[in-house]
Write a protein that binds this ligand. Structure first.
Ligand code: FAD
Ligand code: MLT
Ligand code: ZN
Length: 492
């Protein structure tokens, strides 16, 4: 085995000052022999090309130097791996589809990567109650296809659905495009199976809607970003598949119109709304420039904002009539400057491609500084404008997101990463957010990027309790170290 590797992740976020925890062991040949003893040899991966891919995140921004990727096939494998790693004090990073956007899913140094992709079995679907039980490595899109065939839908949907895993979704408490309708995973997860750092299995895989027997521990693991244990099985509610879906792509002149449109939509469309997404001109420009086969369905006039509204119900005529009447009303009120309702499924997915294509467009455009903020809706776009004024022509500042949930994705696109630009962005973006009592992570998590920024959104006392919980579940700190909480809290 090679010696202790160098610190490889690039310092894109100011203030990350993480040194390798010296209490962690380094991998040796006996460790490899042990893993080959408990797993199929092909699931103990040391191949350089595969390690390169597993060490780097989706944005290619964070890069570790792990020399081992393990692919457990079931919960027992995970338990044996963790028990061994804990006894040897080998740090690990749980990994799902590796689509995370905050550097949480890749090693910082030489942590052993435990990827759940070989654990992709569906255990059962209760068709009376719409309750799905599956292994954590199931890909979200596959789960959705499976339950759709049976008349249900997954309660979450995101642009990364083709790669992200349900275990990763739970670990990040992913929000996504249908949050406005179905709420957070805290509302939809009924049970979990989790393996703790020392190999103990916590069987919380119940499917009850009501259960008040003591502390509901599963909630601690929803959004724990791999720092408390590995999620191996999930039981979740799948709502009935709506038989009708209508989608409108609209243009608004200013942000005030977007806000008023949201308020009107809530009043007029009520329970039928399943998505309310907004994109500024610059985001749409980015997708159109960098994504093949995507085009703006509205004339190329420079509208400042675009809004995508989706309604889903069990009655096609009602659904469509309601949406059309709403649009007419919104146009009469001057809230919408132009708009189009999808005439068929192809057009509907082409509207969605515009919205879902923005992250990839940004990635292709160059370097991107990504912020995922929860803000009071009245001031949600003000930070985009202030940032634009602050950065002048050194960067492109774009704003889009889940307006219906008060979630702004503020992205700053440049040709290359530059510390000078970063120092203009941070801590300004975090201070601004804290000032309006927003959250510095609405849905992506803290990961490595914001581990030492948690204080902008949580009080010192709250962080202290979180630290105690982490120490209780993982006394040696081997689970996804350096992530979510400031590393200094775990140094002697
Ligand atoms: P990974 O990226 O592999 O891991 C994410 C975190 O979870 C890491 O900390 C990892 O250690 C931990 N983890 C993974 N699996 C487990 C497990 N089984 N047990 C314990 N810990 C685990 N996010 C949103 O919230 N909303 C969106 O709309 C959204 N859209 C996206 C669109 C694109 C194009 C991309 C690239 C990403 C998007 N994301 C979004 C971010 C990301 O897809 C989600 O955070 C997703 O839930 C991560 O799942 P994953 O399987 O890829 O997890
Ligand atoms: C989205 O809503 O598109 C995702 O959260 C990804 C991103 O913020 O870029
Ligand atoms: Zn999002």
């Amino acid at each position: 085995m090679a010696g202790i590797p160098l610190f490889q992740h690039r310092l894109f976020s100011s203030g990350i000052d993480t040194k390798r925890n010296t209490s962690f062991s380094t991998l040796n040949s006996d460790d490899i022999l042990y893993f080959k003893d408990i797993l199929d040899h092909k699931n103990v991966v040391q191949d350089e090309d595969r390690l390169v891919a597993a060490n780097v995140d989706w944005m290619r921004k964070y890069k570790g130097s792990s020399q081992l990727l393990l692919l457990p096939k079931n919960s027992e494998d995970v338990a044996k791996i963790l028990k061994y790693c804990n006894s040897r004090c080998l740090a690990v990073v749980p990994q799902g589809g590796n689509t995370g956007l905050v550097g949480g899913s890749v090693p910082v140094y030489d942590e052993v990567i435990i990827n759940l992709s070989a654990m992709d079995k569906i255990v059962s679907l209760d068709k009376v109650n719409g309750i799905l039980i599956c292994e954590a490595g199931c890909i979200l899109e596959n789960l959705n296809s499976y339950v759709e065939n049976e008349g249900f839908v997954m309660p979450l949907d995101l642009g990364a659905k083709g790669s992200c895993q349900i275990g990763g979704n739970v670990a990040t408490n992913a929000g996504g495009l249908h949050f406005i309708r179905y709420g957070s995973l805290h509302a939809n997860i009924l049970g979990l199976e989790v393996i703790l750092a020392d190999g103990t299995t916590l069987d919380m895989l119940t499917t009850l809607r009501k259960d008040n027997t003591g502390y509901d521990l599963k909630h601690l693991f929803i959004g724990s970003e791999g720092t408390l244990g590995i999620i191996t099985k999930v039981a979740l509610l799948t709502p009935c598949k709506p038989s009708s879906r209508s989608i409108a792509f609209l243009a608004c002149n200013d942000y005030i119109c977007c806000q008023k449109l949201l308020a009107e939509a809530k009043q007029s469309l009520g329970e039928a709304i399943s998505a309310f997404e907004f994109m500024d001109y610059h985001s749409v420009e980015m997708v159109l420039a960098y994504t093949e086969g995507v085009r703006n369905p509205l004339p190329a006039s420079p509208y400042n904002f675009y809004v995508l509204i989706e309604t889903t119900t069990s009655d096609e005529l009602y659904d469509r009539t309601k949406l059309e009447a709403f649009l007419l009303h919104a146009m009469e009120m001057g809230l919408v400057s132009d708009g189009v309702i999808a005439q068929d499924l192809n057009q509907a997915s082409s509207f969605w491609r515009i919205r879902e294509g923005i992250p990839e467009g940004l990635l292709k455009a160059g370097a991107v500084y990504k912020y995922d903020l929860s803000l009071p809706i009245q001031v949600l776009y003000a930070i985009v404008e202030e940032m634009r004024a602050r950065l002048g022509n050194t960067a492109k500042v774009v704003g889009y997101g889940h307006l219906g949930d008060g979630n702004l994705h503020l992205n700053i696109s440049t040709t290359h990463y530059d510390d000078k630009i970063l120092s203009e962005i941070e801590p300004f973006v975090y201070e601004w957010t804290a000032k309006v009592r927003g959250s510095i992570s609405a849905e992506h998590g803290l990961g490595l990027m914001k581990a030492d920024k948690i204080h902008y959104s949580k009080s010192a006392e709250t962080v202290q309790v979180m630290t105690s919980i982490k120490k209780l579940f993982d006394p040696k700190g081997i689970m996804n170290p350096y992530k979510l909480l400031p590393h200094r809290l775990f140094q002697d």
